[in-house]
Design a protein around this ligand. Structure first.
Ligand code: NAG
Length: 881
């Protein structure tokens, strides 16, 4: 069975950031701390390599294999109050876990450090390999991880390297620059020292003193590093933040913040944080994940930054600084980038499978004002023949920002409103934020107060902060009991006016506190288990989201998959607000945004309430037609997208991919931040300038590519200077692939369920192509018991064959459909083929000429088999005669 929907921590490296949350303020630099104003960061960043006062070394003879198969050892220095415990364990395939914490039994500090619960898969310990005895000689111990990987542990100073056993090539190393430091917890504040920290008008009492951890990690064989969900960066490859020849910048900051109108191309913290990095180069791919929810700052160092180290030939050094927590880190060893992602999801879990509607187009605005407005927008889509699936309501739909309530004058009949939308196969989403209005007549506040469910301030009282409703408190989502209480609030009985077609949007979960330090909660606030907010800050939204998702599963009695959108979605569901949240986009660029947004995994129009209305039909007939076409294209590709979401839910490979994930050997792709892949078959590149005439597009790989609009072929491994067209951004299908589509235009994805398929076959030079289609009921968990269709299409030797890929031992539920294939388009087929024979049945069909898509301007004609009418669920072959 797939794990429950809580495996949200799963991926998303390559996110375009989701929307800023609403607030009528511009980005204010002074409101946020920089590294110099953050003592742990300043201390760590200014330290020279190998200059630590108390460097850690491995205690001689302490290395041993325990009964669970992991290796443990002590790390110490004579001037430290107590040693540290090091634990090394191996997870198949090719992942090493490194844990370091205080040795609590030697001299007990007043507190234990925080381990982030519920992120790693629960069976992780059970999957741990039994490691062999380490071999030690001359202060170096070596442990075999697998037939071709070993860990080399240098004792003094402690240093750890994962390397290939045969070639001796290093892959990842830890502390090779001697910057690993672990500030020990202290019994009490030494005389004359201050632990308090000031930032603007805020005092952080820091009652537990310094406890930061710094470590350096080197990615050998890497030309670039990627990840840290990319911030507001415009380049996919993470630029160095310091070192020779680099304009020094702030480190990449992982600290969830509600930043209004954030800066483009800045390493500052934004709404979400995933401490995962991939290093990639022609020689190696590797990954590093540090499970820690405290503030983290990360430097990417330019070659030569450590003058004493061997020259960095194909190596990238990074420095990781965390305010608190423990070392619970994972080293992932390629060999391909997709292997690293699979190793990552083997510890954190894969993204859960969304409902079908979630993959379609969403319409949102802060705010759709009332029921008449909702009606009008819904009708507008129909009038203009534009499909959409979901209409969203932002904070103003509530009674005074009390979530789970309705503004009864604007929304007197919420159930009838939802039913009316649902009659067209559409859904609605309402926002539910974590701040609860401190209003003694509000039942949620009464209950949370009575039960003691709020996060406490440093003095032990309910923390009282300022957010949309005014004075607000925040449920302590770290506590499983409180999450359960929260989940129950989504029942139809508790959430009055909600119906089964209403889904949820969680926002402001950094958590956002308008009058708090850096617009968030004070670090010395207290959570369940005496955990300080500083220790779990970056995971608060994760637990909040988890509780909400559990609530939607519960309300549907476990039958339906939840849809819960989080501000920075850690799900596979991600994509920028189409049109941008703030300001009014130039109408032509709004069209461009729709054209690129139609390729995002998550496709939603959204806008701030101070912006002009921007429903797709408000910018003149021509632009309406162009936006309609972009959304139609997305709808026709829904079967392909849904298949990709399935792939992500099985092996973690994201829907939206950098080119190098598919073409890891091609150096030209490593620093390409312009184009992206959707799955392994489609490539798209946005147009970001008004009136742009030409665009340079690099198409990777040996194979040809075919323009999605007209089927024109383009050579691979080449840059093409293309004329920019009004009708679409550059987008291509890769030769050797088969993409399933549904080309009939409906009002919503629900209405397409029984529509016939089109298969688009793009042949490569050996006249071969392959593709897949996954399909299920689009909403329930029955697929976990076998209720799905998974087909594989192979075109070879002039013959298209449909195979069943679904194993038949998954359970006793079945999914079936009467859908047929109504059209097969074959790109790259030599002209001259006139007919095809379908088996079984020995039926003859004509091969005609037809357009490659039903979109405007698609004039070119390509070989097309019309109405083969084979059932999508059946095995069959179609042979070109
Ligand atoms: C064409 O595609 C098939 C299937 O992906 C692949 O096995 C074959 O190597 C490709 N041919 C060439 C010339 O690359």
């Amino acid at each position: 069975m797939d794990p429950p929907p809580r495996r949200l921590a799963a991926l998303l490296l390559f996110l375009l950031l989701a929307a800023a949350s609403p607030a009528a303020r511009a980005w204010k630099k002074d409101e946020f701390r920089n590294c110099n104003q953050t003592p742990f960061c300043k201390r760590a960043r200014t330290r020279a390599p190998h200059s630590l006062d108390a460097p850690l070394s491995l205690a001689a003879g302490s290395l041993s294999v325990g009964p669970d198969g992991s290796i443990s050892a002590e790390l110490s220095h004579p001037s430290r109050p107590r040693p540290l415990v090091l634990r090394l364990s191996a997870l198949p395939p090719d992942a090493l876990r490194v844990q370091i914490d205080e040795h609590y039994s030697v001299s007990t500090p007043p507190h234990r450090r925080f381990y982030v619960p519920d992120v790693l898969l629960p069976d992780i310990e059970a999957r741990t390999l039994h490691l062999p005895e380490p071999k030690t000689a001359a202060g170096v111990s070596t442990v075999a991880l697998s037939s071709d990987l070993e860990v080399v542990v240098k004792h003094d100073p402690f240093e750890l390297t994962v390397r290939r056993a045969r070639s001796g090539d290093s892959v990842l190393s830890f502390n090779s620059h001697g910057l690993f430091d672990f500030e020990p917890l202290q019994e009490s504040k030494p005389e004359g020292e201050t632990w308090e920290e000031q930032f603007r008008s805020h005092t952080d009492t820091r009652p537990r003193g310094p406890q930061s951890i710094t470590l350096d990690v080197s990615f050998h064989g890497a030309d670039f590093v990627y990840g840290l969900p990319e911030h507001g960066s415009t380049s996919l490859a993470l630029r160095p933040t310091r070192g020779p020849g680099v304009e020094e910048s702030e480190p990449y900051r992982l600290f969830n913040l509600d930043v209004f109108e954030y800066l483009h191309d800045s390493p500052f913290g934004l709404y979400g944080s995933i401490p995962f990095m991939i290093g990639h180069g022609a020689r190696a791919t590797s990954g590093f994940f540090w499970l820690n929810a405290a503030e983290m700052q990360i430097d990417v160092l330019a070659p030569g930054w450590d003058a004493a180290a061997a020259p960095a030939n194909e190596r990238i050094d990074t420095l990781w600084m965390a305010e608190a927590g423990v070392v619970d880190a994972f080293f992932f060893v390629g060999s391909e980038p997709k292997d690293v992602i699979k190793q990552y999801v083997s510890v954190t879990g894969t993204p859960s499978m969304p409902q079908q509607f979630a993959v379609a187009y969403h319409q949102c605005r802060w705010n759709y004002r009332d029921e008449a407005d909702v009606d009008g927008v819904d009708a507008g889509f129909d009038e203009h023949d534009i499909p959409y699936d979901v209409l969203w309501l932002d904070i103003e739909h509530t009674d005074g920002k009390r979530y789970f309530t309705w503004d009864h004058s604007a929304f007197p009949n919420p159930e009838a409103m939802q039913r009316k939308i649902a009659d067209k196969g559409r859904k609605m989403v309402t926002i539910v934020d974590p701040h609860i209005k401190r209003d003694s007549s509000f039942h949620l506040h009464q209950e949370a107060t009575e039960k003691g469910y709020y996060v406490k301030d440093a003095t032990g009282n309910d923390y009282d902060g300022w957010c949309w409703p005014g004075a607000s408190s925040y449920p302590d989502m770290l506590n499983p009991e409180i999450r359960e209480w929260w989940a129950d609030k989504f029942s139809y009985e508790n959430y009055k006016g909600s119906t089964p077609t209403l889904y949820i949007w969680n926002d402001m979960n950094e958590p956002s506190v308008f009058n708090g330090p850096e617009v968030t909660m004070p670090r010395d606030a207290l959570h369940y288990g005496d955990v300080e907010h500083r220790e779990l800050h970056n995971a608060y939204g994760y637990y909040f989201h988890m509780a909400t998702a559990d609530g939607l599963v519960k309300r549907g009695e476990g039958k339906d998959r939840p849809f819960v959108y989080q501000e920075l979605s850690l799900l596979e569901v991600n994509g920028a607000d189409v049109g941008g949240f703030f300001g009014n986009p130039e109408p032509d660029l709004l069209v461009r945004w729709y054209q690129v947004g139609a390729f995002y995994p998550f496709f939603r129009g959204h806008a701030h309430h101070d912006t002009k209305r921007r429903e797709p039909w408000l910018f003149g007939e021509r632009r309406t037609a162009l936006i309609r076409e972009a959304i139609h294209m997305r709808y026709s590709l829904l079967p392909y997208y849904y298949t990709l979401f399935r792939e992500a839910s099985v092996n973690g490979i994201p829907v939206m991919r950098p080119l190098w994930l598919e073409f890891p050997d091609e150096k030209e792709t490593y620093n390409n931040g312009e184009a992206f892949m959707v799955g392994s078959s489609l490539l798209a590149q946005g147009i970001y300038e008004e009136g742009q005439k030409y665009v340079l597009v690099y198409l990777p790989g040996k194979e040809s590519w075919y323009d999605l609009r007209n089927g024109s072929p383009y050579k691979g491994s080449a840059s093409h200077k293309l004329q920019v067209l009004e009708e679409s951004i550059p987008s291509f299908q890769r030769g050797s692939t088969i993409v399933p589509r549904k080309d009939r235009f409906r009002r919503s994805s629900t209405q397409m369920v029984n529509d016939p398929y089109t298969l688009v076959i793009a042949l490569n030079s050996s006249k071969v192509a392959e593709g897949e289609l996954y399909m299920d009921d689009g909403k329930s968990y029955d697929y976990q018991q076998g209720a799905f269709i998974h087909r594989r299409f192979v075109f070879a030797d002039n013959k298209l064959t449909s195979f069943n890929m679904a194993p038949d031992n998954l359970g006793n539920k079945k999914f079936t459909t009467e859908c047929v294939v109504e059209r097969i388009i074959i790109l790259g087929l030599s002209s001259g083929a006139k007919k095809a024979i379908i088996e079984p049945g020995n039926r003859e069909v004509e091969i005609e000429s037809g357009p490659v898509s039903l979109r405007s301007g698609s004039s070119s004609v390509v070989p097309t088999i019309r109405r083969p009418n084979v059932r999508i669920t059946d095995d069959w072959t179609i042979k070109i005669a």
